[in-house]
Design a binder for this molecule. Structure first.
Ligand code: NAP
Length: 440
């Protein structure tokens, strides 16, 4: 078989699983270039996964194995859709796979969303994880109350990170600017706001359980908010476990709760209707809800929660790329099982939206490679003979792009490891210039 060329845009889990699958399917007959707009790889593993969840980040060792083979290369510091268009890549590569994730916050769509100290989780998580785009966010943590909107795992990450002590961050790779700000935070009440009830949370048991083991924070669940215990039996096993954990939280005696200075309160059946404040947020107006056929319906009864900081953790959207069909309603590329146009595909969150674990992207990557193989066999991708990486390198030369290679990344990584606080795996560079300087 003649060599085929695949361009993958995005070097997060979906991108690397796709590269791994392509290697397995096509062996020496394929050349894969993985592009990233940052000079560093691994996407969500680096800038999304919580810094105190280092074991999850360990999966990058698997991606590195793929990256170090001859037929896969990392092309960092190149923004597709800006430095090079998707159409240009399609000229050069047999298949172009968009693995760009869902890096933009979904809007709440309520008034006051643009007040100061109101952030989406992409921005807030990006801040404590050192994403260059959000490193200067500088949230004000001097107030008493934070409201975290949404009851998914991202809301849990955010509530936990807001609660931890310096000692509890030992061994994490939280960036120093965030660590310093968080440990001098004055927040003593974190309200996690859910528009539905305890049986509708999107929080997985392991992550929810962590809230019960924090040094200075204690979860508060009102007994009266919990449905009859017999109803837990109807839940799928993971959610049933989470419901049991909520019951354990509700049973924590008041005197034990009072020992911890930070309260993490679960407010169920409350949807945000507006954010109040004068320049900066001061409150969240909520409307109580009831469940109607599984959906939240407002009861008309409203109340205002004080709020000095609001972080909305209600999901993400993919960033559109010029020339690529986009499904505005779903917030991802318009696709049919990952196929967008002939020779143009998408995987991971860019294909199915922001759901599932890191591992969910693995079958996605393997599926799309199977589709690419079928499209080759069916002649949809045309005959072999595209220029692939040689053609791209000519474009780099012509446009004077400053590409960062995997070898460069290893130097950046080494420099980050050298800068690490004691016990931490690394101190991330938080701006692109610093990353590029570190490659020497
Ligand atoms: P998610 O699991 O979809 O949760 C989003 C939450 O926001 C839901 O509670 C949802 O409520 C709520 N919501 C949505 N729109 C809302 C609105 N307009 N007003 C109020 N509430 C609203 O999303 P996520 O937490 O961003 O997580 C994304 C994915 O990453 C998930 O698959 C998650 O499991 C995964 N993740 C995993 C980990 C981990 O395993 N450690 C960590 C972080 C993220 P409704 O249910 O009522 O819509």
């Amino acid at each position: 078989m003649a060599t085929r060329h695949i361009a993958i845009i995005g070097s997060g889990p979906a991108g690397y699983y796709t590269a791994e699958a392509a290697q397995k399917a096509f062996g020496e007959d394929v050349r894969v270039d993985i592009f990233d707009c940052l000079p560093v790889p691994y996407g969500l593993i680096r800038t999304g996964v919580a810094p105190d969840h280092q074991s999850i980040k360990g999966v990058s060792r698997r991606y590195e194995k793929v990256a170090l083979t001859d037929n896969v290369r990392f092309v960092g510091n190149v923004t597709i859709g800006q430095d090079v268009s998707v159409a240009e890549l399609q000229e050069l590569y047999d298949a172009v796979v968009l693995a760009t994730g869902a890096p933009k916050d979904r809007d709440l769509g309520i008034s006051g969303e643009d007040l100061g100290n109101v952030f989406g989780s992409a921005a807030f998580v990006g801040w404590y994880n050192g994403h260059p785009q959000f490193a200067t966010l500088d949230p004000d943590l001097s107030g008493k109350t934070a409201v975290v909107i949404g009851m998914g795992n991202v809301a849990l990450d955010v509530a936990r990170i807001l609660s931890k002590t310096r000692e509890e961050f030992a061994g994490s790779d939280i960036v120093s600017h965030a660590l310093d700000a968080l440990v001098s935070s004055k927040i003593e009440r974190i309200v996690i706001l859910g528009r539905r009830g305890p049986h509708q949370i999107m929080m997985t048991p392991k992550e929810l359980g962590e809230l019960g083991n924090l040094d200075r924070a204690c979860p508060h669940v009102h007994q009266g908010d919990l449905p009859d215990e017999a109803e837990d039996a109807m839940l799928e096993p993971g959610l049933r476990k989470s419901a049991t954990i909520l019951r354990q939280f509700a049973a924590i005696p008041e005197d034990i709760r009072a020992e911890k200075p930070v309260a993490v309160e679960f407010a169920f059946f409350a949807q945000p209707v507006s954010l109040k404040g004068d320049g900066k947020v001061e409150g969240v107006e909520i409307e109580h809800t009831e469940l109607v056929r599984g959906r939240a319906r407002g009861t008309g009864e409203t109340a205002t929660l004080p709020a000095d900081l609001v972080i909305s953790c209600i999901g993400y959207r993919t960033s559109p790329i010029p020339g690529v069909p986009f499904d505005e309603r779903a917030g991802r590329f318009a696709n049919d099982d990952g196929r967008i146009l002939h020779g143009l595909y998408c995987v991971g969150w860019a294909r199915r939206g922001p759901s599932g674990t890191i591992g969910t992207n693995r079958p996605d990557g393997y599926d799309i490679v199977q589709s690419i193989g079928e499209d080759m066999d069916d002649g949809i991708l045309g005959p072999a003979g595209k220029q692939g990486r040689e053609g791209f390198d000519a474009l780099v030369e012509q446009r004077g792009l400053d590409v960062v290679t995997f070898r460069d990344w290893k130097k950046i990584e080494e420099a980050e490891e050298k800068l690490a606080r004691e016990g931490a795996p690394r101190e991330k560079f938080v701006d692109i210039e610093a990353m590029i300087r570190a490659r020497g």
